[in-house]
Design a binder for this molecule. Structure first.
Ligand code: SAH
Ligand code: SF4
Length: 418
């Protein structure tokens, strides 16, 4: 087992421990997953290749890693046979370890995964008629303690590394068996003649079409690692998924939102969940730090948002808490006041053991949804998926140590003062 050295991020708005980008392995080899092409090139140079060779090999290896999903250097057929053992001696192509894989009766799949240093986290795949969505985790646990969220009852163990984040997507592709097959016609210049076999390249008909950063953790509190991972997912020579098919959900980390739009450029979902200060302060304690007005202003300024690319406002329906007709009308008023290109996602509360809320009645949800629709804003009700295996929104929680209620309250208060 390897050890992950933790270091704090100097000057970060809300400091959380972050793992180094390269986790040292016990056998001294370096795991390439999570590294961008220029970092791989530098490592090849450091290991002794000349600059030209390092650049070429990095380009080839990058393609095999992220576009073709191979986990063995021997499978890299356009790399000289003599070169492959050299790579195997020094590097590995890792995946998060699968502890358990579960299948829901509705087709949803959940994987319990483990980092090399022994921390457990989860990812969920939700198949639909016209798409397949992978729900990806960004942290082990979460600092934010939203009252209705099971993940919020866990201690933050640590941020996931870029490799552990992109590794979830790679693992899902492994499990779904949908890496492109055969050799892609890819211009490697002088090394093209090293290609051993040639068959048709196929990348169509995938099951995994969309990614949502809605698993465990607050992605904007792990910005650099999430950005690094999503860049690999969006890279045309990497996993090649369009930024329009990726959505990042935040509970409202206002100072990081503009940066997210500018530097990552994916769709934004915001966990609004309440329209008054009193209620949002209670259920999303981060609201005490970044209030509703500030949050909606940041949404209005989100780079890339437009009527064609709306911001999704998530609203968990909690019985007798935030689900009245009055709340629905206030939601419409607020979204209009800030002139937001918005759609609302109404999420029936998914219960978990010990939760202090109930799910709103279907009639209440319908009435709320109708009012928002009549206000001219789309407000579909999200069908809960994978509840039987605790894979639905807010049900993710691993065996990591649980916080006491008092501790959660203390941490929420500290987060606000920080
Ligand atoms: N931390 C990020 C992303 C992960 S949570 C965020 O908070 O946005 C993904 C979504 O599930 C969020 O909208 C979250 O508020 C919602 N959620 C959390 N617990 C839930 C529960 N028990 N039932 C329904 N939705 C829940
Ligand atoms: Fe963290 Fe999101 Fe859960 Fe809130 S809802 S505790 S931010 S994972």
């Amino acid at each position: 087992m390897t050890d992950t050295t933790l270091m704090s991020i100097p000057g970060q708005i809300d400091p959380v421990p972050v793992a180094r980008d390269i986790t040292p392995r016990a056998d001294g080899r370096v795991d390439l997953i999570g590294l961008p092409k220029d970092r791989i090139r530098d490592l090849f140079e450091e290991a002794g290749l000349d600059a030209r060779q390092a650049k070429l090999r990095a380009k080839q290896v990058f393609h095999w890693l992220y576009h073709r999903g191979v986990t063995d250097f021997e499978a890299m057929t356009d790399i000289a046979k003599t070169m492959r053992p050299w790579l195997t001696e020094r590097f590995v192509i890792g995946r998060p370890e699968v502890v358990e894989a579960q299948h829901s009766t509705d087709g949803t799949r959940k994987w319990l995964l483990k980092t090399a240093d022994g921390h457990e986290f989860e990812m969920v795949f939700i198949p639909d008629a016209d798409r397949g969505t992978l729900c990806v985790s960004s942290q082990v646990g979460c600092t934010l303690n939203c009252r209705f969220c099971h993940t919020g009852t866990m201690k933050l163990v640590r941020n996931l590394t870029p490799g552990e984040i992109v590794g979830q997507v790679m693992l899902a592709r492994d499990a779904l068996g949908e890496w492109p097959k055969g050799n892609m016609k890819f211009d490697y210049g002088a090394d093209l003649d090293e290609i051993e076999e040639s068959s048709e390249y196929r990348s169509d008909g995938r099951l995994l079409t969309n990614i949502v950063m809605m698993g465990m953790g607050e992605p904007l509190y792990n910005f650099d690692n999430v950005k690094g991972a999503l860049k690999l997912v969006m890279d045309g020579e990497g996993l090649a998924l369009s930024k329009r098919r990726i959505t990042l959900s935040t509970s409202g980390v206002v100072p990081m939102m503009e940066k997210c739009g500018e530097e990552i450029g994916v769709n934004l979902a915001v966990s609004l969940h309440a329209v008054t200060k009193e209620i949002r302060d209670e259920i999303v304690p981060l609201n005490k730090k970044y209030g509703i007005e500030e949050l909606l202003e940041a949404c209005a300024a989100y780079p890339g948002a437009s009527n064609a690319r709306r911001i999704t406002f998530e609203y968990v329906m909690l019985k007798d808490k935030n689900d009245s007709d009055e709340h629905a009308r206030e939601l419409v008023r607020l979204l209009k006041q800030y002139n937001l290109p918005a759609k609302v996602n109404l999420i029936p509360f998914n219960p978990w053991p010990g939760a202090q809320y109930d799910t709103s009645t279907p009639e209440r949800v319908r009435s709320f949804s109708n009012i928002v629709f009549e206000g001219g804003i789309s407000a579909p009700v999200r069908t809960p998926r994978g509840r039987d295996i605790d894979a639905a929104c807010g049900q993710l929680k691993t065996a990591a140590e649980k916080k006491s209620r008092a501790q959660r309250d203390r941490e929420a208060a500290e987060a606000v003062q920080a």
